[in-house]
Design a protein around this ligand. Structure first.
Ligand SMILES: Nc1ncnc2c1ncn2[C@@H]1O[C@H](COP(=O)(O)OP(=O)(O)OP(=O)(O)O)[C@@H](O)[C@H]1O
Ligand SMILES: [Mg+2]
Length: 239
């Protein structure tokens, strides 16, 4: 039986380096920690996410619940989603992209149920974030069936844990202009560690089991990152 509950989430942003891949990894970690099966489709030709998956596998910090594939074309992405749907082999499909502006952005967008756009907390990043939001709004005029379009969500990223007045003002501004997810992504070393090593929950478990008691306080930071990612995923799904 096909999986009618399959959820397809694509990370897209006009700005490079805004955190698409980091957000994808965090959401994948959250989904897998919740025991869901995930198919990760990497459309970024640099293949960083699939390299990350191999690295995680080698370190024992991946999960049998995660499979990944590299797609060279929209047709391939479409085929992979169709297959996951028909075979009911996944609960989530995550698509990491190289950025909006590529000619296939529209085609990827219509395959997704949700688009997540990370926007870093700065005035310049907000400008480019606004362009992504406009791209999505204009998409309705370019597709045959606008009612089938995914939902668009903006996630503020790289928010300093010690937020300043200027940050607070930017966050307030973001609430007014973006389809904003309530939970922000903090700037966290745990996300760097996730990049380096593998999935958040697996890192937390490894630290917990570490015979060196000095490692244990670090568990908290990883668990907090996982909680943040879980909140973001739940917010996306609830919208
Ligand atoms: N919340 C965060 N906390 C700490 N570091 C972060 C965070 N978000 C992103 N980074 C770092 O910022 C850099 C860029 O992030 P990332 O690779 O996720 O962006 P991207 O949008 O996928 O970039 P590209 O357009 O090149 O694909 C990376 O070094 C990543 O580790
Ligand atoms: Mg990337």
């Amino acid at each position: 039986m096909p999986n009618d509950n399959l959820v397809v989430i694509a990370a897209m942003a006009r700005k490079g380096g805004s955190g698409k891949t980091t957000l994808s990894r965090a959401l994948i970690s959250a989904a897998v920690a919740a025991n869901r099966r995930v198919l990760l489709i990497d459309t970024d030709s640099t293949g960083v996410l699939s390299a990350w998956h191999s690295r995680a596998d080698a370190a024992g910090l991946a999960s049998p619940l995660l499979t990944s594939a590299v797609a060279q074309s929209v047709a391939e992405v479409d085929q992979m989603i169709e297959q996951a749907y028909e075979a009911a082999s996944a609960d989530f499909v995550f698509i990491d992209t190289a950025g909006v502006g590529a000619e296939w952005s529209d085609d990827i967008a219509v395959l997704a149920d949700h688009i997540v756009t990370p926007v870093m907390l700065s005035t310049s990043d907000f400008d480019v974030g606004g362009q992504t939001v406009s791209w999505f709004r204009n998409l309705a005029g370019r597709v045959d069936d606008p009612s089938a379009l995914p939902q668009h969500h903006v996630v503020l990223n790289m928010v300093d844990p010690k937020s300043t007045k200027a940050d607070a003002a930017l966050i307030e501004q973001a609430v007014g202009v973006f389809p904003l997810i309530e939970t922000v992504m903090l700037r966290r070393n745990a996300y760097k560690e996730m990049d380096q090593k593998g999935m958040l929950h697996a890192i937390a478990l490894q630290k917990q089991a570490d015979p060196n008691p000095l490692m244990r306080p670090h568990v908290r930071h990883v668990v907090e990152a996982l909680e943040e990612a879980t909140d973001i995923l739940n917010n996306v799904l609830a919208a």
